[in-house]
Unconditional design. Structure first.
Length: 871
């Protein structure tokens, strides 16, 4: 699977050499001249031929690929980054396919190459060694070519998937013409190649160890989908390299190495940070398992290495994004001023100057080759390793099969009872299957592999245990909620059965049960918490596998905290319900009295309201305090709740009075009529010429207007009973002014609204005054219309009278108007009718004037428009 994407890394396979800054293309069909200008071409051709299984085929194919630029497939495969001023760097083979250092005179050796690079030899310690490891055909050489403008040969996917880089190739590189950095690049043969077959492991270990021993920066090129695997991700190889590096070279080092992971074909589904976390965990575990020399027993991997990570998308399917990210990555090798510059100075080997690098690398490789333990473990151990791996896999297969039902059940969210006991039985069965055949092999290896099997089984079981604990936590919370629901159902039944019970001889529908209040809440909540915790602990203890160091203390503590939080929230809810219940009970007792006294609205209304209010509050406050004892509150908290209860009652009373004040206009009208239209015997008043209508009207009006002040201010305190908020003005008669020395929070009706109410009331009772005057005038004149007026009317109106009699329509209309006038006169409404009629007539005339004026303006506007058009 890991080979399916690697054809993307094929680029121009033609290897070019440069003489005096000009690039010359290498073609397998060209003849090689002996002149000096073509020397490098011949050397490079020979170099490349050693990296291929078929020299002539590779050279011809590469030349063909280079010249077939119009081919659509090649355009896709061979796409690469072209710097603005490319500086290509020569590369040569250092270690050949057989593991020997290239030193034949017929080949362009690394020694010969760097001997001609005075610029490199004079660098002293001012250079960095960068090498790359990774699977075969994973695009390592392509990536190096992009980053450092080298010409390492790369695989041509069109000719098949095969080994391209053989052994180790080196080259001195400068990333760009503008860069002052100098790097020595190592392109290492890919791991897991089919060409070497079963002999690959020893050579992989050697070349990897060689790279690590020399490098300032070691690039690990790996597939994103290989992360989490052991062999595919080269974790086992890295472990061996780390261990042998400590044994052979670490005591000579005085600097850290940067291991730079480049994750290929990253699709972004799994975030880079998550991949980084997995790799760091693998490295940490790898380091802890190392066989370290005594002087490094207490050391951590970070004492010797630093780690960095990046990722690249798929080169074929996300080519544009791939190129952009490669270019961005390249800048991290070019500009040392960047904060994320990769080959930092502190990673360099300060013991090896540039002119001594060849000898040092030569000695390193010979040391690695001569280490027999690196190549061949004992045959007995090798056989034990191979066979024990088979036994482990067989045991794991049976273990997974036996565990499948339990695993599926847990993953579906079901709790497995006695999980620990069942798991222990499966573990013992798997170990027995392993122990019987493995006992005949090398015991040290058997024990190590048995521990590997044991750890793998416990890793799988730990995953299921954690899942079980997660579900058990949820079940414990569900169990807690079921206890709450159980109480709610029982309280509803209790409320329904007791809703008609009499208490103190009166109906009492407001009860704690009906309000959903839990009696003895503190005791009840402790019981609920205890039952939920006991349920969790019981199942959790049965889930622990014998021999493990698992605990559920963290989940148990989290459960207790969650229950405490839930119960505290429930407690607040219960306190709110109790407070509402007591408020409702208080107002249930208080409302009838409030309604009655505000309906009557006597002058001592607030004295009565105050008495009713204090009696109701006193009774229910005592009951409230008794019920608060069920919640085990401290004194300060209880006092805070009681004070809030009283504040809410006061606000509630204010709201009640505000509601009653909505009918203030009606009450004022009623009180006015009782005083103005009724006499001392409470009979309808008959106005006489001796009655002082103005004085009676003013007295009745003032008596009614007292209600505004009565309902405008809350007077529950003794000091407030004599306060007048809407008081008579001391400067102007029949006007009012605001009392600004009052508590604004106690104002029920704002002063502005009081004035509006008063004004509206006065406008409303004007008709009563006018009607009374009209009736008094009618009684005073008493003689009716004079006789001469009747005679004059008959003489002057004779013609009109005849016209009315001769017209049925006018006659009927006259009869209706006459009847209407008689009715108005009899009802005493003739005066108000005339007033309203005159006002209507004035309003009607004004409206007509406005309409006429508007029509004239429109006409004038149209005339002006017509003139403009004519002009």
């Amino acid at each position: 699977m890991e080979e399916q994407n690697t054809s993307e890394f094929s680029q121009e396979s033609t290897i070019a050499s440069f003489d005096n800054g000009s690039e010359k293309e290498l073609n397998g069909n060209n003849s090689i001249n002996n002149n000096e200008s073509n020397t490098n071409v011949e050397l490079n051709e020979n170099s490349i031929s050693t990296r291929s299984e078929d020299n002539n085929t590779l050279a011809t194919t590469n030349a063909t690929n280079h010249t077939s630029n119009n081919n659509e497939n090649n355009d896709t495969v061979n796409e690469e980054i072209e710097p603005s001023k490319p500086t290509y760097n020569d590369i040569v083979q250092f270690i050949d396919h057989n593991g020997d250092i290239v030193k034949d005179n017929g080949k362009n050796t690394f020694l010969a190459t760097i001997s001609n690079r005075e610029d490199f030899l004079n660098k002293g310690f001012d250079y960095s060694v960068i090498s790359i490891l990774g699977p075969q055909s994973s695009g390592k050489s392509t990536l190096l070519n992009y980053l450092f403008n080298t010409k390492f040969a790369v695989m041509d996917g069109l000719t098949g998937r095969k080994q391209t880089t053989q052994g180790v190739w080196m080259g001195v590189a400068t990333p760009s013409s503008a860069s002052k950095e100098t790097y020595l690049i190592l392109d290492v043969e890919g791991t897991d190649g089919r060409e070497r077959g079963e002999d690959e492991k020893a050579f992989e270990r050697k070349t990897s160890l060689f790279s690590l021993a020399l490098s300032s920066v070691l690039i690990i090129n790996m597939w994103a989908h290989d992360i989490g695997r052991y062999n595919a991700a080269n974790i086992s190889l890295l472990k061996t390299v780390f261990e042998l590096n400590l044994q052979l070279f670490q005591h000579k080092r005085n600097h850290k190495i940067l291991i730079f992971f480049i994750i290929r074909d990253h699709d972004g589904v799994t975030p880079l940070n998550e991949l980084k976390r997995i790799l760091l965990e693998d490295i940490s575990k790898l380091w802890s398992d190392l066989q370290k020399p005594d002087e490094f027993k207490s050391k951590r991997e970070t004492d010797f290495f630093e780690f960095d990570f990046t990722s690249l998308p798929h080169k074929i399917y996300s080519n544009e994004q791939f190129m952009k990210q490669v270019e961005a990555l390249k800048t991290r090798f070019v500009d040392p001023k960047l904060s994320n510059f990769i080959p930092k100075v502190e990673y360099r080997n300060d013991d090896i100057p540039a002119d001594g690098f060849y000898q040092f690398s030569y000695q390193v490789w010979e040391t690695i080759k001569s280490n027999r333990d690196l190549d061949l473990p004992s045959q007995k151990e090798m056989l034990a390793l191979y066979r024990c791996d088979e036994f482990v896999e067989k045991s794991m297969s049976i273990f997974n099969k036996e565990l499948r039902t339990t695993k599926e059940s847990i993953e579906k969210g079901r709790i497995q009872e006695n999980f620990g006991e069942k798991s222990k039985r499966i573990i013992d069965q798997a170990l027995e299957i392993y122990d019987e055949p493995a006992s005949r092999y090398h015991q040290e290896t058997v024990v190590k592999k048995r521990q590997v099997l044991y750890d793998r089984m416990f890793t799988e079981l730990k995953y299921l245990f954690d899942k079980q604990m997660e579900r058990l936590f949820e079940n414990a919370m569900d169990f807690y909620k079921s206890l709450i629901k159980e109480f709610s159902v029982s309280s509803k039944d209790s409320s329904a059965s007791s809703s008609n019970i009499k208490r103190d001889g009166s109906s009492s529908p407001l009860t704690a049960a009906s309000a959903g209040i839990i009696p003895q809440f503190s005791i009840w909540s402790e019981g609920v918490k205890k039952k939920s915790v006991e349920y969790f602990e019981g199942v959790a203890k049965q889930s622990i596998v014998q021999g493990s160091d698992w605990t559920f203390s963290e989940q148990l503590e989290e459960l207790k905290q969650k229950l405490d939080k839930e119960l505290e929230s429930l407690k607040e809810t219960q306190l709110n319900r109790l407070s509402k219940l007591m408020r409702d009970k208080t107002f249930q007792e208080l409302t009838p009295n409030i309604t009655k006294v505000t309906e009557q609205a006597p002058n001592d209304m607030w004295s009565k309201i105050k008495r009713f209010y204090e009696d109701a509050v006193s009774t229910n406050e005592k009951e409230f305090r008794d019920r608060l004892n069920d919640f085990s509150l401290d004194q300060d908290k209880a006092l805070e709740i009681i004070n809030k209860f009283k504040e809410q009652l006061s606000e509630g009373l204010k709201t009640k009075i505000t509601e009653r004040a909505e009918f203030l206009q009606m009450r004022m009208r009623k009180r006015f009529e009782e005083k103005f239209n009724m006499d001392s015997r409470n009979l309808p008043r008959k106005w006489t010429k001796h009655d002082d209508i103005g004085a009676i009207f003013q007295e009745a009006r003032q008596n009614a207007e007292k209600l505004i002040d009565l309902f405008s201010y809350l007077r529950l305190d003794e000091d407030d009973l004599n306060i007048s908020f809407f008081k008579k003005s001391t400067e102007k008669a029949d006007e009012y002014e605001e009392n600004t020395m009052v508590n604004a929070n106690k104002i029920i009706i704002p002063f502005k609204d009081c004035l509006n109410t008063c004004e509206h009331f006065r406008q409303n009772i004007k008709s009563d005054y006018m009607q009374a005057l009209s009736e008094q005038n009618r009684l005073t004149t008493g003689g009716g219309v004079p006789a001469y007026m009747i005679l004059l009317l008959c003489v002057l109106g004779f013609n009109e009278f005849i016209a009315i009699l001769s017209s049925p329509l006018l006659f009927i209309l006259t009869i209706l108007l006459a009847c209407g006038g008689v009715v108005l006169y009899k009802l005493g409404l003739s005066g108000p009718f005339l007033d309203y009629s005159s006002q209507f007539l004035v309003h009607f005339i004004n409206k007509v004037k406005d309409i006429v004026l508007h029509v004239e303006q429109l006409s004038e506007h149209n005339n002006n428009n017509n003139k403009v058009k004519k002009d």
